[in-house]
Structure formats: structure tokens, C-alpha cells
Design a protein around this ligand. Structure first.
Ligand code: NAD
Ligand code: ZN
Length: 379
């Protein structure tokens, strides 16, 4: 099969790889028809992780079931399925509670399992023609008839739409809330969209990319361009000096004064400054430090200094972590099915798999207009 393979920092290549196949009776084999590039892929692409060369990337996958293992009951050959980026077993203590992002079976002793990820198990990614889905009955979201027509909407259920929603759940966004979101990448834009779905009164999105901020405005958010600073003051002004009720971190890694030079615009500090006292902060951005010289990247992962003193004084609350996609993807898919939401507004490029290396480069450079790429294997 053709697949996108990681070869080292900023080197990916599309090449022939052995076909994915059923390995266990609970597996499902999917012919991938849509697979997105994600900001999370960039942690691997840029060489910030322990990702080994030769592995297939891709965790935002949708396709058609072409084979099922002997123990699969619910999912049928021919079903169109969207796959949560997290892989869960469905029966461990965490999956039982709906915390499928922290499955204890699929990546024991670690923080959950995912396709095509460093440190999240050995699973191959789906930026390929075929994908093996473990525990298929649990992990496949079977899509309604006619899903092909809205494929670019449904594929957002693999990650960024539920992840954006998760940010608002961690922050407990409620009707009438004023919400500030740091990051107008795909995840931040989906957090803004989710805030609207949850009835927020005011949604403010902070970034420096004009084209991404324009998308935030298009869905009714207030865009705050922080290129020349002033973002904090603008949020305070828009909230009558009180600060936002809730805030979401949708940027992730930024090096900080613990590693290198001071970063004046650390999103965590900006959140502490712009969320009101006792307000809630949801952090879905992944904190992997960009430190090519770190002798032990894993040990240093995510260590950062932020203003804990101010956070404590303001009595703020915080929620963090990978999105438990299965907790959200079914109700969000119903909203897509009934035309209540259309997350495909985020898609900027639909490209054949063969063009993935170029797409990675442009998305990594945050080139103007490259917001979200959907790859179409087999086209
Ligand atoms: P992205 O890199 O495309 O977008 C990040 C955006 O943040 C960019 O537009 C960038 O300009 C902006 N930014 C950078 N520094 C900023 C600052 N100081 N203030 C405001 N904006 C700033 O990535 P994405 O796909 O939107 O993903 C965002 C983060 O979410 C990544 O860290 C990704 O790994 C993470 N993520 C988490 C989960 C989860 O389950 N928790 C799932 C998917 C992605
Ligand atoms: Zn993703």
C-alpha cells in the first residue's frame, strides 16, 4: 500500500509499505478515503519527539471497512467509519468511565494510545491506503447512510472537532459565558465553534495569523491579532475589565524560560491574566518542548514555567489532556447528520496522498491559507 512515512525531522515521503492487515480477531481493516494532517503531526514532523523513522503518520482517519476479524460483531464490511484518534479497548478502568484517551490496555503505563504517534503505542497511522483498527467494535464510529457526501465534515470527528469541544468541556463553557481562546489553528477554531454551539455570549480568538483570524471572524468570533502585542488589554477591554469567564489553550508547545530564552507571550500566562478570578481554563494544546539539544527529550517533555502564583491567587481551575473523542463523536455526528453544524468550513486543501510531503511543509510553515489539509488516498 502507499503510505506517508516519517524519515526524520522535516522529512516525510510517500512510498510502498506492506499492506495493513487483520492481526487480532477484534481488528477491523479500513480502506482510508480521508485522512487529515494535524498540528499534532507537527510535533513529530519537526523532530520534537521520539518518533522513529520508518513509521506511518496519520491519526485523523475515515474510510470503508473492507475486512473484519472473527470476534467483531457490530461493525460490518461496507460500513463507512470515522476512527477516533485515540485507540481504546472499551473494557479497562479508564475506557469504562468514558476516558478513552487514557486506555490502560492499548498503551499500558502511558498516556493513552493513538495511530501514528510517538509514545502512544506502536500503531501505524492512517495517512495510507489501509489502516488496521484494534478493537474495531469499540473504536469505529459507524456513519449514517450518505456520509460520503459530507465526508469532510465527518472526518473532523476523528480529532479536531471533539478536541475543540473537549477544550470547552474542560473549561466548562456555559450559555452566556465570555470565552477567550488562544490559538486560531484548526483546534482553536473548533474550540471557538464549540463555544458557540454551547451558547457562549462572546468568543474571542487570539493569534497572529490573519487568514486564520479571518476564519474565526467568519463564524462570529471576535478576532484578536496579537502580532504587535496588546492581546491581553483587548480581552480585558471586551470583558469590561473583568476578564473572560472561561479560557482555552489551543496552541501547545512553546519553549519557556526553563529551557531557553524567555517567551514573553506564553499562552498559559496570557490565560491566567485574561481569565477572571475563579474562572476555568481548558488546555488541549500539547506541551512538547522544542529543544533539539535536550539530551533526554522525554524527560524534559512538557516542563514549563508559568505564573502559578497568579493562577493560585485568582483561584482559577484548570483541566488538561488528550480529548476522549468517543465521549463526543456520536452527538457531534448527529449534529452533522441533521445539518446543524458543518465543521468542513475549516478545510483549506483537499489533496491526493502523493502530495502529502508538500502539504506537510506548507502547513508546518503556516503558509497563508493552509489551515486544514484533507488527504485522499487512492485519488
Ligand atoms: P496549529 O499549529 O496549526 O495551530 C496553532 C496556532 O497557534 C497557530 O495558528 C499559531 O499561530 C498559534 N499561536 C502560536 N503561538 C501563539 C501565541 N503565543 N498566542 C496565540 N496563538 C499562538 O495546530 P492545531 O492543529 O490547531 O493544534 C493545536 C494544538 O492542539 C497542538 O499542540 C496540537 O498538538 C494539540 N492537539 C491536542 C489534542 C488533544 O487531544 N488534546 C488533539 C489535537 C491537537
Ligand atoms: Zn490531530
Amino acid at each position: 500500500m502507499r503510505a506517508l512515512v516519517y524519515n526524520g525531522p522535516r522529512q516525510v515521503v510517500v512510498k510502498n509499505m506492506p499492506d495493513a492487515k487483520i492481526e487480532r480477531a477484534t481488528d477491523v481493516l479500513v480502506r482510508i478515503t480521508s485522512t487529515n494532517i494535524c498540528g499534532s503531526d507537527l510535533h513529530m514532523y519537526e523532530g520534537r519527539t521520539s518518533m522513529q523513522p520508518g513509521r506511518i503518520l496519520g491519526h485523523e482517519n475515515l474510510g470503508e471497512v473492507i475486512e473484519i476479524g472473527g470476534a467483531v460483531d457490530r461493525v460490518k464490511v461496507g460500513d463507512r467509519v470515522c476512527l477516533p484518534f485515540n485507540i481504546g479497548c472499551g473494557f479497562c478502568e479508564n475506557c469504562e468511565k468514558g476516558l478513552s484517551g487514557f486506555c490502560l490496555t492499548c498503551n499500558p503505563g502511558n498516556a493513552g494510545a493513538a495511530y501514528g504517534f510517538a509514545d502512544m503505542g506502536p500503531y501505524a497511522g492512517g495517512q495510507a491506503e489501509l489502516l488496521r483498527v484494534p478493537y474495531g467494535d469499540y473504536n469505529c464510529l459507524v456513519l449514517p447512510r450518505g456520509a460520503e457526501e459530507k465526508e469532510n465534515d465527518y472526518v473532523m470527528l476523528a480529532d479536531i472537532f471533539p478536541t475543540g469541544y473537549h477544550a470547552t468541556e474542560l473549561a466548562q463553557v456555559q450559555p452566556g459565558d465570555n470565552v477567550v481562546i488562544y490559538g486560531a489553528g484548526p483546534v482553536g477554531l473548533m474550540a471557538a465553534y464549540s463555544s458557540m454551539i454551547r451558547g457562549a455570549a462572546l468568543v474571542m480568538v487570539v493569534d497572529t495569523h490573519k487568514d486564520r483570524l479571518a476564519l474565526a471572524e467568519k463564524i462570529g468570533a471576535v478576532a484578536i491579532d496579537d502580532t504587535e502585542g496588546g492581546g491581553i488589554e483587548r480581552v480585558m477591554e471586551l470583558t469590561g475589565g473583568k476578564g473572560a469567564d472561561k479560557g482555552c489553550e489551543c496552541v501547545g508547545y512553546q519553549c519557556c524560560n526553563m529551557h531557553r530564552e524567555e517567551v514573553p507571550n506564553l499562552t498559559m500566562n496570557n490565560l491566567v491574566a485574561t481569565v477572571k478570578a475563579t474562572g476555568r481554563i481548558g488546555v488541549v494544546g500539547v506541551f512538547v518542548p522544542e529543544d533539539p539539544n535536550a539530551d533526554n527529550k522525554l524527560e524534559k517533555r512538557g516542563q514549563m514555567a508559568f505564573d502559578f502564583g497568579q493562577f493560585w491567587f485568582k483561584g482559577q481551575k484548570i483541566g488538561t489532556g488528550q480529548a476522549n473523542v468517543k465521549a463526543y463523536n456520536r452527538f457531534l455526528s448527529r449534529l452533522i447528520e441533521k445539518d446543524k453544524v458543518k465543521p468542513s468550513w475549516i478545510v483549506s486543501h483537499e489533496l491526493p496522498l502523493e502530495q502529502a510531503p508538500e502539504a506537510y511543509q506548507k502547513f508546518d510553515e503556516r503558509r497563508k491559507g493552509w489551515t486544514k489539509v484533507v488527504l485522499k488516498p487512492g485519488k
